[in-house]
Design a protein around this ligand. Structure first.
Ligand code: ZN
Ligand code: MN
Length: 476
């Protein structure tokens, strides 16, 4: 049945901007301070206080618009969005209604190798609200978060599946981190989104009735809730039922969405222009300067890694996914003057280490210069690959000088032909059957003999030299 229906999903993504102070006042825009310590009469919403716009929040929003190819409105303004809830004692949120900072634009995504463009409707700037904390017998409101600059990126309903939504959020997060717009820290609530989802029969043109799932703060939650909600709606519609326009809540423990309240319409918010703030007028020189300062985006960097370093497209994609990993790789590649080897070390040992230890690359003791030095030792045949991996494990744990570790652990590769010949002779003498197999045409037997030599040398023999010596003795 599900093949007869298609889903249309739009995401409203709220991103906390990485500014030093809040959007209307000088309070710190920080995370983790004791409750209600980064506050003042303005962000507490006292009557009679006046907001003063933080220009940096405008710059970061416009930079995002430029990254996503939006049209930047030269004239935009703020509006009051009225509602009643304890997280906002003024009873309105300052947001942007009909003149947002950015319009249009797009995000490119890739799912299972297929590329797709998700159109952006608009990006506007607003204030984050306070946070309600619920305890056993009471609730508390923490205003540290109130007044954090919040950028809302609204997509068109171009997303057709949970996988596409996940890819969209990943792509967006990568760009925001690359652009220095946000830390993209989901645990700290830097990125939260509301999901609009509807389904319709494949042959119907008009969108179905949508539901909204509010305040998702993990990408995995978005993925799971969408898989649930799409199936729920298809089940309802295919049984001739009716989807109600409503707000739903994701219950992560039970893996279901639940109806919360019937959906409010825009006129319920009684939007009207914010009288305490001047309209935002951007001049061409500012926009041109900001455009100039745009950093390289992940897609362009991936392309460059393929072109300049000769990496496979897949490897380049993995490396650029995390900006810090990509920066680390480039530092190693340049210091070692060997991008291929740098990429191999990153793709295998380094990423495995990070995932085993569940840490990010910023907290790894091994520095790019040290990994580069290790690569040089391999290139200079001071240590072979098995030995180098032992050195890497030690470096990853506590850092240090690779050459000193090679010496301390006695891992220096033996390239002295006298010593190699003795091991080769012994391996041949002790394994007559393998010798006969090899000479009888079984090429794999040579690998076995090679393994015997490596074992006798405790892994220190120079593998290409061993191979040469074996061939010289055994080939006719
Ligand atoms: Zn304040
Ligand atoms: Mn919003």
């Amino acid at each position: 049945m599900s093949g007869d229906y298609i889903a249309s999903i739009g995401l409203e993504t709220h991103v906390q901007l990485k500014t030093r102070s809040k959007i209307w006042c000088g309070c710190a825009n920080a995370f983790g301070s004791p409750p209600n310590t980064d506050v003042c009469p303005v962000c507490l919403g006292y009557p009679g206080t006046m907001p003063v716009l933080n220009r940096e929040a405008v710059r970061l929003t416009v930079m995002t618009g430029l990254m996503l190819g939006c049209t930047i409105n030269r004239y935009s303004k703020f509006d009051r969005k009225s509602y009643f809830y304890p997280d906002m004692p003024k009873n309105y949120q300052i947001s942007q209604y009909d003149r947002p900072l950015c319009l249009g634009g797009a995000v490119e995504i890739e799912v299972n190798g297929a590329r797709k463009t998700i159109r952006i409707n608009r990006i506007h700037l607003e204030e984050d609200v306070a946070k309600n904390n619920h305890f056993e017998t009471a609730s508390g409101v923490d205003f540290n978060r109130a007044g954090t600059p919040l950028m809302e990126i609204v997509s068109e309903p171009d997303i057709a599946s949970a996988d596409e939504a996940f890819a969209y959020l990943q792509a967006l997060k990568q760009m925001l981190v690359y652009g220095g717009i946000s830390d993209g820290n989901l645990e700290q609530g830097n990125i939260r989104c509301d999901i609009n989802c509807s389904v319709r029969p494949r042959d119907q043109e008009a969108l179905g009735t949508k539901t909204e799932i509010k305040n998702m703060n993990t990408f995995r939650g978005v993925h799971r809730s969408l898989n649930y909600e799409i199936k729920r709606q298809i089940d309802v519609v295919s049984a001739q039922g009716v989807i109600r326009q409503e707000t739903r809540r994701w219950d992560d423990d039970h893996g279901v969405t639940r109806a919360m309240r019937s959906k409010e319409y825009a006129h319920d918010y009684r939007y009207f222009p914010e009288p305490d703030l001047m309209p935002v007028v951007l001049d061409e020189a500012d926009i041109a300067r900001w455009k100039e300062s745009l950093p390289e985006m992940p897609a362009a960097r991936r392309e460059r890694f393929v072109q300049d370093y000769g990496l496979p497209d897949y490897d380049a994609g993995v490396l650029v996914a995390d900006k810090a990993v990509a920066d680390y790789f480039e530092a190693v590649a340049q210091a070692a003057d060997n991008p291929k080897a740098a990429s191999n070390w990153m793709m295998t040992e380094m990423l495995r280490w990070l995932s085993d230890q569940d840490v990010t690359i910023e907290s790894v003791p091994i520095q790019p210069a040290q990994l580069a030095a290790l690569i040089r030792l391999v290139d200079e045949k001071v240590v072979n690959m098995p030995g180098a991996k032992i050195v890497f494990a030690e470096l990853a744990e506590k850092g240090g000088d690779p050459r000193a570790i090679v010496e301390a652990k006695g891992l220096a590769q033996v390239s002295d032909s006298g010593a190699l010949d003795a091991w080769v002779e012994a391996a041949i003498a002790e394994n007559p059957k393998s010798v006969a197999d090899y000479q009888g045409g079984k090429k794999a037997a040579l690998q076995f003999l090679m393994g015997q030599v490596m074992r006798a040398s405790k892994g220190k023999a120079n593998p290409p030299m061993v191979m040469d010596a074996l061939r010289k003795r055994l080939d006719p």
